[in-house]
Write a protein of this length. Structure first.
Length: 118
């Protein structure tokens, strides 16, 4: 299984970025796809998640109203549209996948750096 995250970069505060996570290696029906982030010196934290069918979405309070998670099943790709970026959104962003019935995430991507300049 591979989760390939991309789309990170340097952006000014107030700007936007769209992250992509290309999933391959198995069938992901019955899975939940998530985005997490880890800032320097901080623990990894949950950002957003979506069921593989796209019917359910979940967000951390810190990103609600600014970030949108979506999925295109035909492309096996999950997206994270990030708007109104803040300096505190600076982190390495990881995509992950888990079976819906499980608590922990089974698979993790390699991460993509997002840097927001103030």
């Amino acid at each position: 299984v591979q989760l390939q995250a991309s789309g990170g970069g340097l952006v000014q505060a107030g700007g936007s970025l769209r992250l992509s996570c290309a999933a391959s290696g198995r069938t992901f029906s019955g899975y939940r796809m998530g985005w997490f982030r880890q800032a320097p010196g901080k623990e990894r934290e949950f950002v957003a998640a979506i069921s593989w069918t796209g019917g359910n979405t979940f967000y951390a309070d810190s990103v609600k109203g600014r970030f949108t998670i979506s999925i295109i099943n035909a492309k096996n790709t999950v997206y994270l549209q990030m708007n109104s970026l803040k300096f505190e959104d600076t982190a390495v962003y990881y995509c992950a996948a888990r079976r819906i019935a499980q608590l922990g995430y089974d698979y993790w991507g390699q991460g993509t750096q997002v840097t927001v300049s103030s």
